[in-house]
Design a protein around this ligand. Structure first.
Ligand code: S3P
Length: 169
């Protein structure tokens, strides 16, 4: 397994995929989006996996995708918002890379994702209150990342540059 992946963590809507793509481009590294990797391997969308096999199966596929991504050469990896809910995932990710938590206020995240229908968990958390309470329950896990960036008022470009400074230290 290679070390020193750059791993983006955080809740839905924090910009892991968009920032990850930009950062990978700037650093000339491959970009791996774990949700996309699962969809590719399974030949189905995340929504379909949740609908037909349920969240538990999705979490197993997510752990498998983490192993697969970490075995590749150094890359920028965007995790799904629930990836750190499994301790073993966090342990592995922490060991193999530099984890950066893209932190944002619930209102910012909600504004970005509330109309999005690719995210099955929004069905069960369909109000700002329910969405915020899911976020709150996950914050301790995200905070296990090596670095934290408050992204509410930053552009994608600014977040990417900030990560480049952090990981170069
Ligand atoms: C999830 C977040 C999603 C995706 C799946 C479950 C979660 O990824 O992995 O819908 O548990 O928060 P994003 O964080 O990229 O939306």
């Amino acid at each position: 397994m290679s070390k020193d992946h750059i791993i983006l963590t955080g809740f839905m809507g924090s910009g892991k995929t968009s920032v990850g793509q930009l950062l990978a481009h700037k650093l000339n590294l491959p970009f791996v989006d774990l949700d996309h990797l699962i969809e590719q391997d399974e030949g189905r969308s995340i929504r379909e996996i949740f609908q037909t096999q349920g969240e538990e199966t999705f979490r197993k596929l997510e752990s498998k995708a983490i192993h697969k991504a970490l075995a590749e050469p150094r890359s920028v990896i965007a995790t799904g918002g629930g990836a750190l809910m499994i301790e073993e995932n966090t342990r592995l990710l922490k060991q193999r890379g530099q984890m950066v938590y893209l932190q944002a206020e619930p209102e910012t995240l909600w504004e970005r994702v509330q109309w999005n229908d690719d995210r099955p968990l929004l069905e069960k958390h369909s109000t700002l209150e329910a969405f915020s309470s899911l976020l709150q329950s996950r914050i301790p896990n995200y905070k296990q990342s090596h670095f934290i960036i408050d992204v509410d008022h930053l552009t994608l470009e600014e977040v990417a540059l900030c990560i480049m400074e952090l990981v170069a230290e």
